[in-house]
Design a protein around this ligand. Structure first.
Ligand SMILES: Cc1cc2nc3c(=O)[nH]c(=O)nc-3n(C[C@H](O)[C@H](O)[C@H](O)COP(=O)(O)OP(=O)(O)OC[C@H]3O[C@@H](n4cnc5c(N)ncnc54)[C@H](O)[C@@H]3O)c2cc1C
Length: 491
């Protein structure tokens, strides 16, 4: 039986391990951290739980291709309980609240009552969200391996998306916002994501909610990864934690073994690298083995930038009502600086929907502030001086806490800081490229690229990672694992 070494026990690595075991390979996963999950994780602080990944999991609609994959890897099953949020996010400004309700008609009505003059654009927008519910993520075959006909066929399996792309395909969220006259609607459309994000990203993310494929599985991110690890081990896979790989050893056109940080080695017939691709092609392998499309995405900052975030998590003392609405809420605040950005809005999220993680007396508020590549450089430099780095994180956390209390006075004296995380945290934890936890965000005028899941010029090295496609996220991680195992079997 062929032996496969899998580097990295994130969602892509675990998925690759499960599919490879099911295809008759003997696999071993080597994960650098003491636990699996990679970016799909959570942890306890001061008696509270911080769920640091799943805001929504796409693929929670039974019967979909993605649902079958999540089921196969043990992340979900027939008995999984889901939390379905009432809205995607909400704007709370000048005493008014505007929601992207999951009930599309309820949202449409709310928008029309607030801004009747924007009626035409409102209808166009909500009709497009409805059409975008047809959006599918490739689950059978990697898009990079599809031939022209397969690619066209896949596109034709969601014909409604063509109309959405025709209307909004060339617009950023800010341009989408400019279609509206009403300032609330403008803020709602253009103020939640980074201003250069494409409008279709907003529309399709919202459509995942309205189409009920997006939900939160109870038990949280960490438990989901652990369920996958159990399935992997039950199939005979071997899991090694605390085992950072430092290099892939090549002879001719083949990888023969990997080296660990203690100098020891393990031999394998095949290697699947499921580490962040910046680690694979940089630390583990020479960049000359990188697929040309992946190289293009890394090389073109204007077209394919990455985003990261600064986060602060607060525990709420006591079980009494705190006046904070559930889910994600965006509200104006006094201007403050994070990284190199000046912010005048704050977005927070209340974690109260899962009794097993956030019982009434242990609810959590998280604040996730998007950062771009310039901010990453700022944090990288600051990190060199640990006192200044820690002081800056504390300053932002204090400011954010003050802003939250100003908005929700019932929280006065009831917030306890659980932790702050900068892009450097994710870089250190997972080797995340520039601290990004999703992948590249294709900009206006730049095509979607699909990188091959094989190291160029090597016969037996395959890649599983969210970074092979734009946007990233858990669905791309789990499907990339399946596709890497498929490619290996084909070989
Ligand atoms: C705050 C936050 C919120 C998110 N929210 C969502 C969401 O709501 N929905 C969604 O779909 N996605 C979300 N994501 C993104 C999601 O977590 C990622 O897309 C996904 O987990 C990436 O999986 P991966 O396996 O490709 O990469 P990773 O998770 O980075 O896994 C790579 C693994 O390789 C290991 N590794 C790296 N180098 C080595 C080495 N040298 N040797 C051995 N092991 C190594 C790492 O430790 C890690 O375990 C979120 C992420 C974060 C951080």
């Amino acid at each position: 039986m062929n032996k496969v070494i899998i580097i990295g026990g994130g969602i892509a690595g675990l998925s690759a391990g499960i599919y490879a075991q099911q295809n008759g390979f003997r696999t071993e996963i080597y994960e650098k951290n003491p636990e699996v999950g990679g970016e799909c994780t959570g942890w306890n602080r001061k008696g509270y739980h911080i769920d640091n990944c799943i805001h929504w999991l796409t693929g929670c609609r039974k019967g979909d291709g993605l649902w079958e994959i999540w089921k196969n890897v043990g992340a979900l099953d027939e008995s999984t309980k889901f939390y379905r949020e009432p809205y995607f996010y909400m704007l709370d400004m000048e005493g008014r609240q505007l929601h992207f309700w999951i009930d599309l008609e309820k949202a449409r009505k709310e928008f029309l009552v607030l801004a009747p003059d924007d009626g035409v654009e409102i209808h166009k927008f909500f009709d497009s969200v409805k059409l975008a519910e047809s959006l599918k993520i490739p689950c059978e075959k990697s898009p990079a391996d599809m031939n022209f006909i397969e690619f066209i066929k896949f596109g034709m399996s969601m014909p409604q998306m063509g109309r959405v792309m025709k209307e909004y395909g060339k617009e950023t969220v800010v341009e989408l916002a400019q279609r509206f006259k009403n300032p609330f609607l403008r803020k709602m459309m253009g103020g939640y994501y980074n201003e250069k994000f494409m409008a279709v990203t907003l529309i399709s993310s919202y459509a995942f909610f309205t189409g009920e494929t997006a939900a939160i599985p109870m038990g949280g991110s960490k438990e989901m990864a652990q369920r996958m690890a159990k399935v992997y081990q039950a199939l005979g896979g071997k899991l090694h934690q605390n085992m950072p790989v430092t290099g892939i050893n090549i002879e001719g056109k083949k990888a023969v073994s990997v080296t660990f940080n203690d100098g020891s080695q393990a031999a394998g017939d095949y290697i699947i690298s499921a580490a962040d691709t910046s680690v694979t092609f940089g630390s583990l392998l020479d960049k000359k083995y990188m697929d040309k499309k992946l190289k293009k995405m890394y090389g073109c900052k204007e077209g394919y930038p990455v985003t990261s975030s600064f986060q602060a998590a607060f525990g709420i003392l006591g079980a009494e009502d705190c006046g904070v609405p559930g889910g994600s809420v965006m509200f104006p605040c006094d201007s403050f600086e994070v990284g190199r950005q000046k912010l005048t809005f704050q977005a927070i999220r209340l974690y109260d929907y899962d009794e097993s993680l956030f019982p009434k007396e242990k609810r959590v508020i998280q604040c996730n502030i998007l950062q771009d590549e310039r901010d990453y450089e700022y944090w990288k430099e600051l990190y060199e001086d640990s006192d200044r780095y820690e002081a800056e994180k504390q300053r932002i956390a204090d400011t954010v806490m003050k802003q939250i209390i100003l908005k929700f006075p019932a929280l006065e004296g009831r917030l306890v800081l659980l932790g702050t995380y900068s892009p450097i945290t994710f870089e250190r934890w997972c080797g995340a490229y520039k601290g990004a936890y999703m992948s590249f965000f294709g900009q206006k005028g730049y095509k979607s690229l699909y990188a091959k899941n094989k190291a160029a010029g090597l016969d037996n090295v395959f890649i599983a990672s969210q970074w092979l496609q734009l946007n990233g996220g858990l669905p791309l991680a789990v499907t990339s694992g399946k596709f890497a195992a498929q490619a290996m079997r084909k070989r």
